[in-house]
Design a protein around this ligand. Structure first.
Ligand SMILES: *[C@@H]1O[C@H](CO)[C@@H](O)[C@H](O)[C@H]1NC(C)=O
Ligand SMILES: [Zn+2]
Length: 305
């Protein structure tokens, strides 16, 4: 009994240390990451890992029903911003914010969102300035960590940011609200403004990449159904630079927190464009019927003339 407890505790602390102790590899002076993450476990052995390059040449065409973002319009309850040593993360008390539709097979409840600088996903090998991950879990599971054990248990929506000359008002609010927690991992602060997820979405919500992948941080669980919108949102270079003053848990500036591109292997990468219309076969029939009627009318007019 005693021996079993010791083994259990040893295993528990080993696992926990393993997860807590990871870090991003250094960036070389030329801006390229120095080497692989070497995070072990599923991060090293998995075959369905994220992020991937969203290559249009490799993608197959998809059409899905529209997303239902209705609940995204409600104001988030007590949003808390945390410097977790790997990113700036915003969470809220589990509330009525969820996403469905868009080809997802369930309803996914909002848990938290966080940023990566630079972007983790690339589009045709082009990297973006920043990437927001909005993390949800399948409502059939009680918690995010429980859902992380199931294929498609987690749905992450990725939003890319590109550099423009116009400051992004949401990013500005976030940076202003959280600047006092940047200097040490573990600090948190309440977001002081109204936070509405819908305002963070890009204008075009019908063009996105869809694939089945993983969490991009240890334990890299292969539980994520990914949606990455193609339409990128603008931020200024000055706003981007401010993220880099976030300090990690060893007290260093977190100059970047993105993972290397992972191989797609045999997975389908879907490029979704437009809305699936189950009646399109019928529409074609009615279109043909209209043509017929118009032809008849023209024939009739022709006859009169
Ligand atoms: C937020 O910070 C306070 C200390 O300032 C700490 O007691 C609390 O546990 C933190 N909450 C979270 C969720 O990190
Ligand atoms: Zn992420």
């Amino acid at each position: 009994m005693h021996k079993a407890l010791v083994i259990f505790l040893a295993a528990y602390f080993t696992v926990n240390l393993g997860v807590a102790d990871w870090h991003y590899p250094n960036e070389l002076p030329n801006g390229v990451l120095s080497d692989d993450e070497d995070w072990g476990g599923m991060c090293s052995s998995g075959k369905r890992q994220s992020p991937v390059d969203l290559a249009k040449d490799a993608a197959i065409k998809g059409e899905f029903p529209l997303f239902d973002f209705e609940s995204y319009k409600s104001v988030m309850k007590n949003p808390l911003i945390v410097n977790n040593g790997h990113s700036i993360q915003i969470s809220s008390v589990p509330g009525p914010i969820y996403i469905s539709g868009g080809g997802l097979n369930s309803v996914y409840i909002f848990d938290q969102m966080h940023f990566h600088w630079s972007s983790e996903h690339t589009i045709d090998h082009k990297r973006f300035a920043l990437e927001l991950h909005i993390v949800h879990h399948d409502k059939r599971y009680d918690t995010l960590s429980r859902a992380a054990q199931e294929k498609n248990g987690i749905a992450v929506v990725g939003i890319l940011y590109k550099i423009t000359t116009i400051p992004n008002p949401f990013i500005e609010k976030l940076l202003e609200n959280s600047k006092n927690i940047f200097d040490a991992a573990g600090k948190n602060v309440t977001f002081q403004d109204k936070l509405v997820l819908y305002d963070l979405l890009p204008r075009n919500k019908q063009r996105y990449f869809r694939y089945e992948g993983s969490l991009t941080t240890p334990s890299c669980g292969e539980a994520v159904i990914w949606t990455v919108f193609e339409d990128a949102i603008g931020i200024t270079i000055e706003q981007l630079e401010r993220f880099k003053s976030v300090h990690d848990d060893s007290g260093h500036e977190l100059t970047h927190n993105y993972r290397h591109i992972q191989p797609l292997n045999s997975r389908a990468l879907i490029y979704v464009e437009g809305e699936y219309n189950p009646n399109s076969a019928n529409s074609f029939k009615s279109f043909s019927a209209s043509i017929l009627i118009i032809s008849v009318i023209f024939a009739f007019i022709g006859m009169k003339i």
